[in-house]
Design a protein around this ligand. Sequence first.
Ligand code: 6R9
Length: 651
Amino acid sequence: MLDQPKTFAPDPGLVETAHADKARYEEMYARSVTDPEGFWADEGKRLDWIEPYTKVKNTSFEPGNISIKWFEDGILNVAANCVDRHLATRADQTAIIWEPDEPDAEALHITYRELHEKVCRFANVLLSQGVMRGDRVVIYLPMIPEAAYAMLACARIGAIHSVVFAGFSPDALANRVNDCGAKLVITADTAPRGGKRTPLKSNTDAALLHCSDKVRCLVVKHTGDQTTWIADRDVDVKAMMEDVAPDCPPRPMGAEDPLFVLYTSGSTGKPKGVVHTSGGYLAYASMTHQYTFDYHDGDVFWCAADVGWVTGHSYIVYGPLANGATTVMFEGVPTYPDAGRFWQIIDKHKVTQFYTAPTALRALMGKGNDLVDAADLSTLKVLGTVGEPINPEAWTWYNEKVGHGRLPIVDTWWQTETGGHMITPLPGATPTKPGSATLPFFGVQPAVLEPESGKLIEETACEGVLVIADSWPGQMRTVWGDHERFEETYFSQYKTYYFAGDGCRRDADGYYWITGRVDDVINVSGHRMGTAEVESALVAHAKVAEAAVVGYPHDIKGQGIYAYVTLMNGEEPSDDLRKELEAWVRNEIGPIAKPDLLQWAPGLPKTRSGKIMRRILRKIAEDDYGSLGDTSTLAEPEVVDDLIANRMNRR
Ligand code: 6R9
């Protein structure tokens, strides 16, 4: 049994105090899947309802009738659940600790009372701009408290927010504004990050050139940097917040009314708007936040993601605030001014739970141990990771250097589509194995299918594609404006199951090991990207005839972006053109999409029917060209020899 991975049992002290020990997890899990109605009827009570629900679960994964409703006749307001209901007991407790980019600038401690007033004022500003129930509002903000105010203000008046990551380009922003038909965009003048400034307002100006001229622009003057100002369109939010009333009644909303749309990449086409609704999403975000992180009153919770991603939605804003937590919001980056910033912030704010991505850990690992060793870190109780599989080296470093060998590490597998954690250890209940997301959360029924036949694999130890057999409250409800695409993407390949797009292995203990995407989605530094998106950006350039993009293993990013580019007849490859194409992709999508390696390809390997053979391109990008497999169906086999000879990734 020498090659059995090491197992780390929960600390006995923690088992005593945790929300769930092993026996309780097993008992609750069993009930959650044998009696989901009863289980979730009880868990729904963690929220305050204006009208209680009488129906709990009404869901169908049947082909042609994919329909997901939870607590459907309940009436609630999400913002009231995250703010107002805490005023009676914790008005003076800090709700949000905001840590600015510059370590010497002052951190803000925003109490629940202050949060209430800010959200109300922000909501009144939205109302004054004609935003109504069901209207879409795009939020293109950096990591500043106004991002949380804006999200909660939308929830308060029943508007649907769509947060666009501040690293996205004007084009990407315009596409999202247009796809969801937003009435207004909320942005900031400029965004400091790692000592540099992103010109968000001028990006927004550029984006809005491609949108309806009715779209208004609310600007948070954050740095005070000079920007252009369009008199009839731009609104100074902070100034206006002073002028409106400090109170705004929360609007009663149906549990199934949309709360937000969040765009995410898929294997084909443009990013899709994942729709989450109010009651089920919030109950699920709250419950996962409480159990996965073993959250207790008085804890200081820090999720170091960005609000532009689902992790920031569920575990910076909605989950923690629904639970009355103190949540940390960090404007900067882990390496500014030095690679000790995370550890300094943990000590400064006495953080008890810390949640980050493996890519950040790998980057920091590479900077040596002096800075992490210099930190105290004794307030920490639970460590978490998310976004990609964590390699055992990074897991071990996290455990030893940050956790001092005494803390549980929760490796949480989930997706934008799932709203909250799906497969994860619970700190007091689950022995962990480095690299495994371990066991399902309450109500989640994972299954493993044979990839080709779709046959359910009954054996415990197996490998295949990961699917989920029944609905859970945090599940996405539809793709904005395209329910057919929702069915097609998640329910058509393996009927009656939700197909996540990931492969997995299940070991003899029933533990899940996520092996990565099985579709054309790549995961770069924990950011999800469709290879098709990068390809269409490249071919939009006048000199590019064709492009194929694949992922390849990257020491820090997990996966890097490898682009094969065929130029138009008569165009010559050059270093200048390479730089031009890299800049082009940055402009079309954003810096996160810039190819790491770009190879000039005289042609792409295609079948005789014209299909690009991505399997071959992946192998060459991985520098594993010795095992290309069957190339007999290629139209022009000699193309492959050229690609191998000029490959960019040589290990
Ligand atoms: C929350 C989030 C989802 C994709 C998912 C999978 C990968 C996320 C993971 C993980 C292995 C984990 N992923 N967590 N892979 N272990 N703990 O990241 O959402 O941006 O939608 O990405 O990320 O491939 O399918 P999202």
